[in-house]
Design a protein around this ligand. Structure first.
Ligand SMILES: Cc1cc2nc3c(=O)[nH]c(=O)nc-3n(C[C@H](O)[C@H](O)[C@H](O)COP(=O)(O)OP(=O)(O)OC[C@H]3O[C@@H](n4cnc5c(N)ncnc54)[C@H](O)[C@@H]3O)c2cc1C
Length: 625
């Protein structure tokens, strides 16, 4: 009861205070109140040093007392004179070819302007270009500020350079390719890249089944000036195969026929949409292997591999695709079929044009068929995992392995402790022992006795010299698969941390691990969860990764573009095997000279004059490097 009484009492008190406050406010708001004026006067005098003279007698004066019209009416708008002097001379200098035959247009004489800026109306793009050029010099603003420009830049590139896809276009494709080869709904998975970072807005995916289909599509797109992006297995880690804007997606997955295999020479001919793992299994039945192997082999296609010049695990033994691809069939941007299908290893007749398409990332033409040389399957294989104290020990082991096991090495991989931790934490895999640096080595040969003898000799010497701390090796397929799973699971495990900043670079071996240590120090007090690295150390190729729970602009600002500049200063390459795509295209000048980039632009214009193939990828947006 007491509590209730107190409550009522406090409520009553509160009401009294509220009433008093309202009375006080009304009192001062009342203009007729005599106390009001001295209060206001005092206030204005104190603040502004004058006494205000308010009009307090009702409404402001009107024209007539009973009228509601204001004193002045709105002035009448004067009609502009279209024939005045200023209007008459507007554009008098636009026609530059006054004495010529009308062929020269203003955009043709613009120099030092990127090709995609030439001939734009207005100066909006020029302003944007200037901004981009200026902001490139302010390190602390990059890359965020540059990214801010991307939306308007892409708008300018796409809406002004290309035509919009209309219903008639879709109907044309349905008529020429058939309904099953045209998809217009549920396209999210085609628009988003493997890392789920870049997303396009394409509304049309085409599935050609033959070279003729590809040729028809390209010739139509070229006439209509519709941009398109070629999509293989969509495992590109630089978002090369997803649209930037609303390009048509040319999905090669239905071009998956193996056409022939010669089991004497090991020459395989197939369509470009064949999945690498299927090819590996097919040639395996004939006792051959593919000359390259990737972690993404279950999804990536041979056409995508050739277009990115993919390297992977067997590079150290069999070399690059430039060496192993013997012939290609390519459809040019205007639909012309270019037959480069030679299966000869030696062919010195003119320029080797197929090499231009290897690593061209779908910017010069669409690869429709591939002829590739497969090496014979080694009879005996051993996989070895070594525990080492430091990266210096790894370099000693690499040197020893090259001299003692040289011809047997088919892969030489480095995994650091942080990379091993990520597969332990996120995939629940367990390595046989702990180490600061792991070396994963695959050896293959036909003579098992010779290999075993040399391997034993190599391991014993390594242990005696104190370089090898611990190790295991096996030729049992299950154990070998388990050891490889530790390495191949890293990219997938990294994504489970949240967000992954990926860098695939080449570095001279004396700077190889320096980059990781430097970045670890730099990112120590940030929101980065892990700074780790692994890679094909035998090919000087480092996969450097940083993870955080979600995308953190502050972390990115500390990594890019400094990492590329650091690598460039030490003579490395900013992209070892993944290509440039839309993630790294604007940094190409850090790995290639200005003259080389100029020639690349000339080639692009020669092969694809309307710039419809994979716009905004591989080549930089501005010419000046
Ligand atoms: C887990 C994982 C591991 C990886 N490991 C490696 C590795 O060890 N080594 C390595 O080099 N890469 C690696 N990659 C990257 C990727 O797998 C390769 O770049 C691969 O070659 C891409 O093939 P894709 O079929 O997926 O091509 P996409 O991703 O579909 O396309 C890549 C580029 O090629 C173009 N393209 C595709 N098909 C054609 C065609 N028929 N004609 C013309 N252009 C075409 C596209 O337009 C795009 O520019 C890895 C990726 C993942 C996800």
């Amino acid at each position: 009861m007491n509590i209730l009484r107190n409550l009522l009492k406090t409520n009553a008190n509160r009401n009294v205070f509220a009433l008093k406050a309202i009375e006080k406010r009304n009192h001062y708001n009342d203009v007729n109140n005599k106390e009001y004026l001295p209060f206001e006067k005092k206030k204005y005098e104190r603040r502004h040093g004058y006494t205000p003279h308010y009009h307090t007698k009702g409404l402001l004066p009107r024209v007539k007392d009973d009228s509601v019209l204001p004193l002045c009416s709105i002035p009448q708008r004067k009609k502009p004179d279209p024939w005045n002097k200023r209007e008459a001379i507007f554009g008098q200098n636009d026609y530059i070819d006054i004495l010529g035959d009308g062929e020269i247009k203003p955009h043709m004489i613009l120099k030092n302007v990127p090709f995609w800026l030439r001939g734009f109306r207005g100066n909006e793009m020029k302003t944007l270009q200037r901004k981009v050029a200026i902001f490139r010099h302010f390190r602390w603003l990059r890359p965020q500020k540059l990214r801010c420009f991307n939306r308007s830049r892409f708008y300018a590139i796409f809406s002004r350079n290309y035509n919009k896809l209309v219903r008639d276009d879709v109907e044309h494709f349905v008529k020429t390719l058939g309904e099953n080869s045209v998809k217009t709904d549920d396209l999210d998975s085609y628009n988003e890249d493997w890392l789920s970072v870049h997303k396009g807005r394409s509304s049309l995916v085409l599935f050609p089944k033959s070279t003729l289909d590809v040729s028809r599509i390209l010739s139509y797109c070229s006439t209509r000036e519709l941009p398109l992006v070629v999509q293989g297995g969509k495992t590109s880690l630089v978002a090369g195969s997803v649209p930037i804007s609303d390009e048509i997606i040319l999905c090669m997955s239905k071009m998956n026929k193996i056409e022939s295999f010669d089991d004497t020479s090991g020459i395989l001919q197939c369509q470009s949409g064949c999945i690498l793992q299927n090819l590996e299994e097919f040639v395996g039945q004939h006792q051959y292997i593919m000359p390259y192997d990737l972690g993404a082999k279950g999804s990536c296609q041979i056409g995508g591999n050739v277009a990115t010049n993919a390297a992977g695990l067997r590079f150290i033994r069999y070399g690059s695709l430039h060496q192993n691809v013997l012939g290609l069939e390519v459809v040019g941007a205007n639909g012309t079929v270019l037959n480069l299908m030679s299966s000869m290893r030696k062919d010195n007749t003119g320029y080797d044009l197929k090499q231009l398409f290897i690593g061209s990332e779908g910017t010069l033409g669409v690869i429709t068929k591939v002829i590739i040389l497969c090496p014979p399957k080694p009879q005996y294989k051993v996989v070895m995992l070594l525990s080492l104290n430091s990266f210096k020990c790894l370099l000693s082991i690499l040197k020893e392995a090259k001299s003692k096991l040289g011809e047997f090495i088919s892969a030489f991989e480095m995994i650091d402790f942080e990379s091993m931790n990520v597969v332990v934490d996120n995939l629940k895999l367990t390595p046989p022992f702990e180490a600061n640096i792991y070396a994963l080595i695959e050896l293959s040969a036909n003579d098992s006795n010779l290999l075993e003898a040399q391997l034993t000799n190599f391991v014993e010497e390594g242990i005696a010299d104190g370089i090898i701390k611990d190790g295991t090796y096996s030729s049992d397929i299950h154990v070998m698969n388990k050891l490889w799973a530790l390495r191949e699971g890293i990219p997938e495990a990294l994504l489970k941390d949240g967000y992954c900043y990926k860098y695939d670079v080449s570095l001279p071996l004396n700077h190889y691990y320096e980059l990781v240590e430097l970045m670890r120090e730099k990112l120590r007090s940030t929101k980065a969860v892990r700074v780790c690295s692994f890679g094909h150390v035998g090919d000087f190729n480092l996969h450097f990764n940083v993870t955080s729970k979600q995308f953190e602009p502050d972390v990115l600002r500390l990594i890019e573009p400094q990492i590329y500049e650091w690598i460039s200063d030490r003579g490395g390459s900013i992209s070892a095997e993944h290509g440039l795509g839309q993630r790294k295209n604007n940094y190409i000048h850090l790995s290639k000279s200005r003259e080389a980039i100029e020639i690349m632009f000339s080639l692009k214009k020669l092969f694809d004059p309307k710039l419809i193939l994979n716009p905004g990828k591989m080549l930089p947006d501005w010419k000046k490097a």
